[in-house]
Design a protein around this ligand. Sequence first.
Ligand SMILES: *Cc1c(COP(=O)(O)O)cnc(C)c1O
Length: 379
Amino acid sequence: MNKRIFLSSPHMSGNEQKYINEAFETNWIAPLGPNVNAFEEELATYAGTAGAAATSSGTAAIHLALELLGVEHSDTIFCSSLTFVASANPILYTGAEPVFIDSEEETWNMSPVALERAFEESQAAGNLPKAVIVVNLYGQSAKMDELMAICEQYEVPVIEDAAESLGSFYKGKKSGSFGQFGIYSFNGNKIITTSGGGMLVSDDVDALAQSRFLATQARDAAPHYQHSTVGYNYRMSNILAGVGRAQLEVLDERVEARRAVFERYVAALGAIDGVEFMPELEGTYSNRWLTALTLDPKKIRVTPYELMDVLAAENIEARPVWKPLHLQPLFEGCKFYPHTEDDVVSERLFAEGICLPSGSNMTVEQQGRVIEILKKHLH
Ligand SMILES: *Cc1c(COP(=O)(O)O)cnc(C)c1O
């Protein structure tokens, strides 16, 4: 059997051990410590935000952002529908109600047209959302100018879920740095990893200080253990932050490698009628975390699921595009705003989409194996 080719597997730089050793030598094994502080500073510098707070996961960072915005039971939150469930699970933690917004064609991300409609209706009902969670899918930035303009008009803060888009740009500005809060993930499958971890970024350093307080059990300033508000255990460990520091040093290389993977797929398959790769909106630069494409059922006989089975038989991992959250049993009954009355973009992308192995540590030869199989079945 050929060696397994993964969708996106951890890719160590070789420097991780240096930072881990430092942590061991100084016995900073506990959560927090010098690596955490340094990782926060280095990531904030990279993202171009005033600060950053390291967390145990990207999901935790989203939850903290919602808490900092004062989200409660009675609130609603607008959220992209075409995303991983982690974008919206924290809404449920707060007891608030998610309202899902469809995608548009040019970025596969939140449709400004659908968002505008959602705002108009919620304002008419006297029930504006407390926040909007905008997701940047597979590394591609959403239409931030349009989305931010709408949210500013209604004075509703944005949380930018950049878990998949660290290293990407929108009009020269780093993805994740647009909203009141941005979040990144360092889960094992992301473009850089700490095995598990996340980051909350913002220009509001007071809010970040408050996030660190909430993330360490909300302990009041007192000599004894005193608590007057609900807290969480959401901080990153000093060892994992060491891994993150070494990973951040090679982030730009990882972006280049992922983009090269994408380019090789396009060169090999882009001319096939009915194959359409995820677009890169003009003025944006995607980290191409995952190479995603759609297969037009009118032109291509094989379905994404059949293709995944064929690849699986060759020990190659591929995945469908995220199942839209408005179709998930978990969110049954939640409101959803389609792009237009007769065009539900996220549902079409889910039906026709597939994500190909995209790891920065996949060799050209391994990718060649994937491409040969795809060529054979797509024609
Ligand atoms: C991975 C991911 C998250 C969550 O990150 P974790 O670190 O795994 O909690 C959130 N949103 C999106 C879009 C993701 O892909």
